[in-house]
Each structure stands twice: as C-alpha cells, then as structure tokens.
Design a protein around this ligand. Structure first.
Ligand code: 13P
Length: 143
C-alpha cells in the first residue's frame, strides 16, 4: 500500500485560529496525510486535536520554515498550507519568502489562505498523485 502523502501546515500568529478552525473542518481528510508543522502551529493543532498525529519541526523564526523548504527540495512534501499574515512585519521574512520560492520552483501545491486550502484539500492531485521530487530544468536558472 502506498505511503500517505505528506502535508505541511504553517500559520503565522494572526492566522493560527484560522488554521485550527480549518483543521476542525477537515479532520477526517487530514488523517489521510502525514502531517508536519512548524513548532507553534503544530502545537496548537496537537492541543486542539490530540488524536491527530503531527510532526512538529522548529518554530518558523527558529528555522522551521527552512526545514520545510528542505523537505520540498528533497521531494518529501506533497502539499503546503501556509496561512500567511500579510499585515505584520516578520523578523524571519526572508525565510517566509524562501519557503514560498521553493514551493514555486518545485511546483508544489501551496495554499496561502483558508479558502484556497479548502479547494486544495479536495483535489485528487494532493492525495498522492504528485510528488515534488522532480528537479527543475537546470536551464531555467541559466543566466
Ligand atoms: O513563523 C511561522 C511561519 O513563517 C510559523 O511558525 P510557528 O508555527 O512556530 O509560529
């Protein structure tokens, strides 16, 4: 039996309630994935839903975004739900940007707000049809 696809959940502080609410709406569906999350986001989800397994990485500002970026580069992630706060300055803005950039480089399904995440989670593409292990065309980066 194929292993479950891996889905990363990340939310900035102002969006953490929205992420918990999103998880509540999709609890059944989320069980179809290996879940990983940045430290605080993962903690909030664990606290709200103790039966749901989620691997917690470091907190975003302490390297969690970069850990998830590395998973994308290694082909270990099939989807990213990243509820971004567009109204607050972030000390780790460069990490946020780098993570989104890798999701774009590898054409990883990525949702940045709950309404798009609702759509993405319904997509068959996310449930195992795609892996992010393809290396982008080297020519893409030629100067
Ligand atoms: O800062 C984050 C993403 O950029 C999220 O990290 P936390 O889930 O640890 O708050």
């Amino acid at each position: 039996m194929p292993s479950k696809p891996t889905l990363a959940l990340i939310a900035h502080d102002a969006k953490k309630d929205a992420m918990v609410e999103f998880a509540r709406r999709h609890l059944d569906k989320l069980e179809d994935f290996n879940l990983v999350g940045t430290g605080t986001t993962g903690g909030r989800i664990q606290e709200a839903f103790p039966g749901l397994e989620i691997t917690r990485l470091k907190s975003g500002p302490l390297g969690g975004d970069q850990q998830i970026g590395a998973m994308i580069a290694d082909g270990k992630l099939q989807g990213l739900l990243f509820f971004v706060d567009p109204l607050s300055p972030m000390p780790h803005d460069v990490d946020v940007k780098a993570l989104m950039r890798l999701a774009l480089v590898y054409d990883l399904p990525m949702a940045l707000n709950p309404s798009t995440a609702d759509i993405l989670l319904r997509s068959a593409r996310l449930t195992g049809l795609k892996t992010s292990s393809q290396t982008p065309e080297v020519g893409t980066f030629a100067s």
